[in-house]
Write a protein that binds this ligand. Sequence first.
Ligand code: AMP
Ligand code: MN
Ligand code: MN
Length: 325
Amino acid sequence: MREPTREEQIAIDAMKGAGSVMVCSHVNPDGDAIGSVIALTLALKAAGLEVVATLADDAPAPSTYEFLDGFDLFVPNRELVPPQLFVALDSPSWERLGAAQPLSFRAGSTLTIDHHRDNHRFAAYSLVEPEAASTGSMIWHMLPGLGVEPTPAIASACYVALMTDTGRFSYGNTTPEALRDAAEMIEAGAVATSLYQRVYESRTPAAMALLGRVLSRITLANQDRVAYSWMEERDLAETGATPEETENIIDVVRQTGGIVVAAFFKVEGDHVKVSLRSKTRRFDVSAIAKEFNGGGHTAAAGCTVRGTLDDATGQILSRLPGHFA
Ligand code: AMP
Ligand code: MN
Ligand code: MN
């Protein structure tokens, strides 16, 4: 059995010693955010603690993940009172806690469990492991220390966290440890084929139509070292796809051969949401996202740029490989 590290033990003691725990992740929650919150909430319940899961957004959790056992655990943040311990998962800064910030400020104490290298260590207790492939993996590693047997529900939530944050086990964080963890999760009851199909092969016809538009717009730039595409709100209205169905669209841009970076631009009102993916460890897209007040990891990062699509593409492409002024 894996022994907890000193830092893990501090986090475990903080959670076990709290009379009430609230678990939350970042705004615009992705698979790691949703999966890690569900896994930790189920684990703390199994450990006999009083625990509630909430969201940093006022909107409900993305229905993309509603197949997960434990998806019904989320309680809207506006219905909750501050807990003794607020646990922030997969969130490198206060800002990423969005509408849940006031609950974290008023909590008795705070703990962050995260794998972002640039975590601001904003909480009273910080467990930050940049080498971890996902926050869900960190939760997985802590189960023995929490005295919790992994159930199929916990294993599935952790597996979805890991599968999505490694880009279906394809990004640079697909380490031997990540794959060993995945194997353990499958042994504990995560069904790899069905979880893959639920997350990646369940697009509605409307979402497929949106994907077609995005594919048809893929453009090579920066001496063919960057591929990018874009969408605007009209594309949702005209295809009938929902905002949450735009997650993972960047993956198809990334499929372009020979490129170093894939970029995806989503126009939303007076700003553009930018997703960046690097296909090599040698180019860190989080450094570029940070220049625009965003963040992320070496291989996957994002930011928001004020202005039009042309403003955003111009500014971002000028910071990517192959651009010469
Ligand atoms: P996305 O391209 O939206 O899937 O985001 C990829 C990763 O970049 C996320 O998992 C976050 O770690 C990070 N990220 C995205 N948008 C932001 C942002 N506005 N601020 C900080 N980090 C972000
Ligand atoms: Mn995340
Ligand atoms: Mn993550």
